[in-house]
Structure formats: C-alpha cells, structure tokens
Design a protein around this ligand. Sequence first.
Ligand SMILES: Nc1nc2c(c(=O)[nH]1)N[C@H]1C(S)=C(S)[C@@H](COP(=O)(O)OP(=O)(O)OC[C@H]3O[C@@H](n4cnc5c(=O)[nH]c(N)nc54)[C@H](O)[C@@H]3O)O[C@H]1N2
Ligand SMILES: Nc1nc2c(c(=O)[nH]1)N[C@H]1C(S)=C(S)[C@@H](COP(=O)(O)OP(=O)(O)OC[C@H]3O[C@@H](n4cnc5c(=O)[nH]c(N)nc54)[C@H](O)[C@@H]3O)O[C@H]1N2
Ligand code: SF4
Ligand SMILES: [Mo]
Length: 734
Amino acid sequence: MSTAPAGTRVVHTVCSHDCPDSCGVLVTVDSLTGRATKVQGDPSHPVTRGFLCGKVARYLDRVYSPERLLYPMRRKVGVAKGPLPKGREAESFERISWDEALELVAAKLKTIAAEHGSESILPYSYAGTIGQLGYGSMDRRFFYRLGASQLDRTICSTAGGDALVSVNGIKLGTSPQDFTHAGLILAWGANIHGNNIHLWPFIEEARRNGARLVVIDPYRTRTAALADEHLAIRPGTDVMLVLAMMHVIFREGLEDREYLAECTTGAEELRAHALRAEYSPARAAEITGLDADKIEQLARSYATAGRGGRAPAAIRLNYGIQRGEYGGTAARAVTMLPLITGSWKQHGGGLQLSTSGSFPFNSKRLQMPELMQSSPLGRASRVVNMSQLGHALTELGEKQITGQGIGIEAACVEGPPVKALFVYNCNAAAVAPDSSRVLAGLRRDDLFTVVHEQFFTDTTDYADIVLPATTFLEHKDVQGAYGHLFVQISQPAIAPLGEARSNVLLFSELGRRMGFEEAAFSDSEEELIAQALETEHPWFAGVTKERLEREGHVPLALPQNEHGEVLPFSTREWFRTPSGRGELTPVPRWHAPHESRSGVAASEGKYPLEFLPRKADNYMNSTFANLPGHQQMERRTAGVLEMHPVDATARGIVSGDAVNVWNGRGQIALTARVGVAIAAGVVAARLDWHKLSEDGANVNALTSERLTDIGGGATFYSTLVEVAKVAEIAADWS
Ligand SMILES: Nc1nc2c(c(=O)[nH]1)N[C@H]1C(S)=C(S)[C@@H](COP(=O)(O)OP(=O)(O)OC[C@H]3O[C@@H](n4cnc5c(=O)[nH]c(N)nc54)[C@H](O)[C@@H]3O)O[C@H]1N2
Ligand SMILES: Nc1nc2c(c(=O)[nH]1)N[C@H]1C(S)=C(S)[C@@H](COP(=O)(O)OP(=O)(O)OC[C@H]3O[C@@H](n4cnc5c(=O)[nH]c(N)nc54)[C@H](O)[C@@H]3O)O[C@H]1N2
Ligand code: SF4
Ligand SMILES: [Mo]
C-alpha cells in the first residue's frame, strides 16, 4: 500500500458498484477534517493495477454531491406520488428524525401484515452495492423473519448464470490475468471497454504478443471499434452462430475427442445434432446476418487456435447475450465451445462469464433463511420475480390471472396484493422493464413505499418515506468479484455523511423496532464479516479477516497444476454438475425470440425494428446519471436513437431529426443519429432516468416483462419498436 502524505491517511476500500472488476480503491483522507481528498486504484491489486474507470475516478463528486440525501424524510401530506422536478424533490418531503422514521415504518409494516398478511410486503433490491453485507445479510434476515414475500433477483444475470451452472456446475472461469496468454480472444456480448475496463490491459498485452480480438455484438461498441474484427450479429441469434461453429468443428474433426470422452457427457448427441443441415454456415448466415465464410473462418480459427504449440482461444462471454428471450440457451451454447475444443486445458484458454461462484462466502450464515420458520407464516413465503415488478404491483391479488394484459406468463400469480414495497440498492422505477406498469403500480395511494437511497431518484419520487444510505467510503464490508479471483475488505474511510446509515444498520435497527428478539439482529458489521468467512472450504484457506485487514486483498486458494497455473475445467475435478462432467445435453436449439425480426410479434408487422436499450459507458445502469460531470462524459449519447441509413431513409429520417420510438407498451422521444454503429433492422438508445429524459420516459417504457427461457430473467434486448419522425406523427394526428 502506498504511504500517505503528512497530515493524511490512506484507507483501503473496494468499489462496490455492480461491475465485474471490483476494484481495490485507496482513499486519501485528511486527518484533521476527516474529509476524503483523493480516490485512486490500488496499484498493488493485480487486476485494478492502479487505475479506476472514468465513473469512479471522480467518485468524490458523488460522495460529496450537494444533492446527497442526508436525512430521513416523509412525504408531505397532500403531495401526490409521481415525477418531481430534479433538484427540488426535497420540497415535497419533510425532514424527520431516524427515530420517527423507524417508528413510522415499523408501525406501518405491522398494520399491513396484520391486515393483509405478511406476504403483502415486498422487498425490492438489487446491486447498488455488491459487498456481501450490503447486498444481502441483515436485510434478508429482516424480511425472512417478517414473513415478507421473497424476491427472485433475476433482473441481470440469472439466465446466463443458471446456464453456466447447467453446463459446468459452477460460476467460475478463466482469470482476467490469464487472458494475456490467449492467441485468440472472442468478446461475445461483452462490451469490455465500457463495462469491464480492467480486462482491457490484459487483452492489449495478449495482442502485443500477436493475439487477435474478435467482437461478436450487434452494436459497434468502443470494444468493437478497437477490435481486429467485429461481427455485427443480429440480436438473439447467437445459438445459431454457435451451432454452425460446432457444425464446422465436428465436420472437420477439429474437436478434442480425448477431452470430450474424459470430461463431458452428451458429446455424441451434440455432434449428431450440430451436423444437421439446418445448422450449416449457409443457413446460419441467413439467421445471424453474418457471412457464411466468416462463420467458417471463425469456427476454424477458434478450434485450431491452441494447436501446434500456438496460444489458445479464450472467450469473454458477458451478460449482454442473455438479456434476450432465449438468452439462457445462447449462454449454454457458448459455454459448450471450450468443452468441445478442450481449450480449458491450456493456459490462456477457456471462458469467463462470471467468477462469482469461486467465492465460498457463507451466505446462508449471513442471510439466515431459517428465520422464515419463525415468521408469522411459519413457512417459506411466496416468491415474486423482480423482472415482473409492474405485474406484482398492479395485478397480484387483484385478478389472479397469468399476466393476460401483457401477453406473457407471470411467474407469481398467488397470494395477497402488494401493500408495502421496501426499495434499497435499486432504482426500481428506472431499471425495471415495462415502466408504464411499474409506475402505475408505484403511483398507487394504497401502496406504502420506503426507499433507502443515496440520492433522490426516479424511485424516491414515489416514496412515502425516504431514508439516507451510505456509500462504500462510509461503511465496512467484505467483497468477492464476478470478474476476478481476489477477496477484499472495504474499510470505512470517512464518517457517514449527514445521518446516512448502512444497509446493515438500517435493518438491524428496524428489526429491533419490530420486536424481533433474535440475537441475529444485533450482529455488528465486524461479526457479519466473520460469519461470511466462516467456512471450511479449501478455496478460502488463508482468507481470514485479520489477513484481509492487513493486506486489503487476498487471492482465492484455487487448485494449481505443477506449473502453478490455475486451469479451471482442465480436469474432471472442477465440474460441479450432477454427472461430474461438462454437460452437453439437452442440446441447444435455436428459436426466434417472440419479439425479433423472425418472431411471432414481427409477423404482425406493426413493430419491425429490433431495439437495444443499452447501458451507458460512463454510468452504472442508472447510477451516476444525475451527476453533471458524468452527464458531460455521456453527452454524445444523451437522448439519442442510433439507426442505420437503410432504416432511416425508409422513414425519411436524417441525423438530428426528432423521432418517436414506440410499441404497444409505450413511447419515447429521441433525436435520431444515423450511422453504422448499428446494423440495419436494429436501433439502439441508452438507459437514463425517466425524469432526466426529454419527455419524462426512458427506454424501459418500451421493454416487456417477458422472461428468459432459463432463470426467469429480464428480456431487455428482445424488444420490437417502430420509429417515425415527430413531424409526420403530428401530421397523422391532425
Ligand atoms: N460503464 C458501465 N459498466 C457497467 C455497467 C454499466 O451500466 N455501465 N453495468 C454493469 C452491469 S449491471 C453488468 S450486468 C455488466 C454487464 O456487462 P455486459 O454483459 O457487457 O452488458 P451489456 O452492456 O448489457 O451487454 C454487452 C453487449 O452485448 C450486446 N448484445 C446485446 N444483445 C446481444 C445478442 O443477442 N448477442 C450478442 N452477441 N451481443 C448482444 C450489447 O450490444 C452490448 O454491447 O456491466 C457492468 N458494468
Ligand atoms: N433498459 C435496460 N434496463 C436495464 C439494464 C439495461 O442494460 N437496459 N440493465 C439491467 C441490469 S444488468 C441491472 S444489474 C439492473 C440494475 O439495476 P439497479 O440495481 O437498480 O442499479 P442502479 O441503476 O445502479 O441503481 C442502484 C441504486 O442503489 C443505490 N445504492 C448504492 N449503494 C447503496 C447502498 O449501500 N445502500 C442503498 N440502500 N442504496 C445504494 C444507488 O444510489 C442507485 O440509485 O438494471 C437492469 N435494467
Ligand atoms: S465501476 Fe468497475 S471499473 Fe469502475 S472503479 Fe468500480 S469496479 Fe472498478
Ligand atoms: Mo447487471
């Protein structure tokens, strides 16, 4: 660790935003004032390597923003729920003490539970922080003991995560450092430069040694622009591309038969399946929009990369691929590729989707699901899928139907209506799909909504009670990562601003207010960290609280080969599937997503364009979107709809035209940018807050509550729309 200049101290923290990189962050604090004066990437962290992304390099703008929420507040009597002018939200609330706030919330939750049953209370959280404590510890204990509905946290990664587990049995993969040893790197649905910047230097190093980078993405991301080759695949068609690659590999005998026999099951079935004529490169070309030649080449270069002493092929698969209706199958199919070529055996080979399963944190101990047995229900409560929040708030308990209005099946159809919503770690109003439904639900007068936040957001505009939350500079936590293999401790660098409280403190105090007598509600952050590390798992050998406090980051003790290399899935021991091998069945089959150019919805003809409602390179989902410095970095994409000249010309649109984008669920106003960032037939815009958008609606006004084939995930990237120039629509109406 670096030494601190006189009059300051340097504190080790961890960036807790929902990012694969989980950077080690050193915070310089003025000893006299206790104020943080500088944040920098930890130079001793082997993946952070001393730098931070552009978002967090200016983190003090966020921590000390004049707009930080500093006190508990209650909605003023008579102020209706709904969008409030940015910067003037406080006028609609009145400040109350923490004591009053906790009393009010506890009393209200008790009344609602008594009248409607405890399952009418719904926690709603995602990954505002991915620290073990902040993401899920005391909060889970609280809602389990209360008998509240359980939340299925599907909005991001369950399709791909469950897919990975169905093939390999565990979320684990090639470490970022090992990408330097690759000879061919496929970035598959992975915007590395935007979303996973700390992998980039390793890729650059590999390229200096002669590696090629191929990006498979419908959008020309910064990553694609910097690659050796960009394959602009049509959204939702990756299964077809993979099957065609398998077709070529098996046809030419490029598979690793020895490895397949030793480490997998179902290889013969997969081989026969992939060799069918319907998966020929020519047929795949029609579906994916890629040249058949390119598909052949990709298959050959992928399968032969590691042969004859050359460096192997590594795949950086990311979650972009699984935000479509058949995204689970797509992730399964890609995961099978290194099993077919045996590239796991080589240093620098394999695949990374997520490494989160490598961290054996004791989450059962942290979250204590057994507390559900002590709830008034005395049983496990119902589960509500977070990707169908609109349905949960507007239909549950009312009609007992399976999502008729939305034309999709709803995951939860039973139990009482939701009467209380407790939001934390999440800007639900902005990030959940089909926002018209979500907002209609949030607007309900009979819904009691509590929001624990760092800022006024789209979601606090609908809150009855707003509670101030700490940032990662202000609380203690322990964290793994989903893009590397180091455990880290995050020390509080500064005192909480104003009256902000951590998630742990909030829920332990609220637990006591509710009269929960279990000792579990008195555990301190220190005790929780010790509990998170309570395990005999060999991969946590040597990972102790004391060592973390001393060293900041500690590598997982993963098994190494005789050269000291960690080669996941190089041998059978690594697989955690029921068969103890890589599972290649059921074989992946291609289906057109309902909302795609060859899907059922397109055949109706009303909404012909595929829509990508993307993430911003300089925000973190909806986080940072309210800060002027970050807005400045994203100004080029603000309110912009990107479209291909073919689609623009067909609609008489040129760059700079005001356009409307709509479908059966909603509409948004954007400004067209015509260019080749996106292929014909697809249009793209990025996520923002509703209230910061020109017409008060963001891209999720257009997305649906349809779920993925595996894992019940959200399908943001399977959305059809139509686009028209604003003037023409006005003419239509007149
Ligand atoms: N700067 C920044 N960093 C972030 C985030 C952020 O919002 N901003 N978000 C964080 C979060 S929550 C997550 S989950 C990770 C996610 O990181 P990624 O998984 O990289 O997430 P996405 O940006 O959703 O998708 C990656 C790419 O997949 C492409 N894609 C979309 N559909 C398809 C398809 O059908 N096939 C293929 N091959 N590609 C497709 C998209 O165009 C996109 O460029 O990043 C994290 N890091
Ligand atoms: N259209 C579209 N929609 C998307 C996506 C997309 O790509 N396109 N991506 C989806 C994905 S992958 C994800 S992961 C979700 C993300 O959805 P969210 O998890 O809601 O992510 P953020 O938008 O980053 O909002 C997190 C909020 O948590 C707050 N927060 C941070 N730390 C703490 C804390 O310690 N305590 C409390 N109480 N609050 C805290 C932050 O201030 C912030 O407002 O969005 C999904 N929605
Ligand atoms: S957002 Fe990601 S890249 Fe940026 S500092 Fe945090 S962990 Fe590192
Ligand atoms: Mo995510």
